[in-house]
Design a protein around this ligand. Structure first.
Ligand code: PLP
Length: 448
């Protein structure tokens, strides 16, 4: 065992798969086995592996300017070009962009900017943030506090109380409906309880509501039609920002430019990462509206500084990778292609809807999930992650890398460049794994 402390891993059971190379949608282990990368790494490798254009852009930037920072007014042309390009694509009015390295840092930066802003506008009590149960927003102390998954909190003494994170219901109809409640009734109930929360806490104390347009790590949950637009209308009434965490959904994943477009909302704040550079070099962005920026700028002039920033904010090599990725997405019309390939993937995944182990098949564009259940009739969940872990391992044995999230939901999120026959290969390999998983669940008496 090496001296690495592995992230998001059972530390007692590590180093099971040593990936040494990748090409297109495939990766290879140290024994030469090929795997279809069905989760784009961690929902990020949109252009797959070994993209020569991206590699050339990164190399060229390394030769021209391998590093420069942005503190104290210094800048460089690549970060300015990227900011302009993003601002032109984003739905946020007069978007201003703060760059960092990861989705967690983008979300941390947002929390700090919201605090800076609430002080700037003379509303220092307006700092609380509403986040969804089962939402995933990262792992730094503040972003993990936004995350609504108990496993990311326990034994870390999170969430930090002083951050004022409020929790709202997860908009997952399949798991969250009460009795024979219809989807519309479910949405109305969630909206009522959100309104009650805002009323009880006082809108004047709440700065923002954060949500992933489609929730990734919490189980690939697609909120019911109308849920997010209704949330947006409610927030508007109460002068609360809608903050879209687009770290997974951004840049074509759901078949449109952003998940917000797919879900019919116009966010005030946005967090971007992952596909922004197709994961060739780490980069993320926290986007705020011009109006918020102006107030922050005024305050920083008064105190002498906006005291936030990273050594690698706007790293030129990361910006060059992002610019090239955006150019390829646009030139190759990859968002529209994701919609087309996504429709094929979703219809192929639906073929498993009748399977004895499958409770729900869901998704949008090139992201989806198949939730495995202990009882098909009632939808009862498995009591622990044993079956999900077996399914993930069985996929790997079949030459397919997928990730089981939220216990027993098998997540699919292949590179945007995936071909139709590769989607078929992915779905069929999953079928082999599903058959092995059913056999295992029966043998272990885990079916109710
Ligand atoms: N937000 C969302 C929606 C994510 O899915 C993730 C990571 O998966 C993050 C934030 C955190 O990003 P990072 O792991 O780059 O810190």
């Amino acid at each position: 065992m090496s001296s690495i402390i592995y992230p998001v891993t059972n530390l007692a059971a590590v180093e099971q798969l040593n990936i040494v190379s990748g090409k297109g949608v495939y990766v290879y282990d140290d024994a030469g086995n090929q795997y279809l990368e069905g989760l784009s790494g961690l929902w990020c490798s949109a252009l797959g592996y070994g993209n020569e254009e991206l590699i050339a852009a990164i190399n060229s930037q390394l030769k021209t300017l391998s590093y420069s920072h942005l503190f104290g007014g210094r800048t460089h042309p690549v970060v300015m070009e990227l900011a302009d390009k993003l601002a032109a694509m984003l739905p946020v009015p007069d978007a201003r962009i703060f760059f960092s390295n990861s989705g967690s840092e983008a979300n941390d930066s947002h929390i700090k900017m919201l605090r800076y802003y609430s002080n700037a506008i003379g509303k220092p009590q307006k700092k609380k943030i509403i986040a969804l149960d089962r939402g995933y927003h990262g792992v730094t102390v503040a972003s993990a506090s936004l995350t609504g998954l108990p496993v990311m909190h326990s034994h870390f003494d999170l969430p930090v109380e002083a951050l004022g994170i409020l929790r709202a219901d997860c908009p997952h109809y399949f798991r969250g409906k009460v009795g024979d409640e219809s989807e519309d009734e479910f949405v109305s109930r969630l909206l009522q309880s959100l309104e009650k929360l805002i009323f009880e806490e006082g809108a004047e104390t709440i700065a923002a509501f954060i949500a992933e347009p489609l929730m990734g790590a919490g189980g690939v949950i697609v909120p019911p039609e109308g849920y997010l637009p209704k949330v947006q209308a409610l927030l508007k009434e109460h002068d609360i920002f809608l903050w879209a965490d687009e770290v997974i959904c951004g840049f074509g994943r759901t078949g449109n430019d952003f998940g917000s477009t797919t879900m019919g909302i116009k966010p005030d704040l946005m967090s971007l990462a992952k596909q922004l550079s197709s994961a060739y070099v780490p980069i993320s962005a926290a986007v705020v509206p011009g109006e918020m920026y102006e107030a922050m700028a005024q305050q920083s002039a008064d105190v002498g500084m906006f005291g936030h920033g990273y050594t690698y904010t706007g790293h030129p090599v990361a910006c060059a990778a992002a610019l090239k990725a955006l150019e390829i997405y646009e030139r190759d019309d990859l968002f529209a292609r994701a919609a087309k390939m996504g429709a094929h993937m979703q219809s192929r995944l639906q073929e498993y809807a009748g399977h004895e182990l499958v409770g729900e098949v869901r998704g949008k564009g090139l992201i989806g999930a198949i939730e495995l259940v202990a009882n098909k009739e009632t939808g009862q969940a498995f009591s622990d992650g044993q079956v999900g872990a077996f399914a993930q391992r069985a996929c790997q044995d079949a030459g397919l890398l997928l990730r089981v999230v939220s216990g027993s939901s098998v997540a699919f999120c292949p590179p945007l460049i995936i071909e139709e026959n590769q989607i078929d290969e992915m779905v069929e390999k999953f079928g082999t794994a599903l058959a092995a998983t059913l056999e295992y669940a029966k043998k272990e008496n885990l079916i109710q």
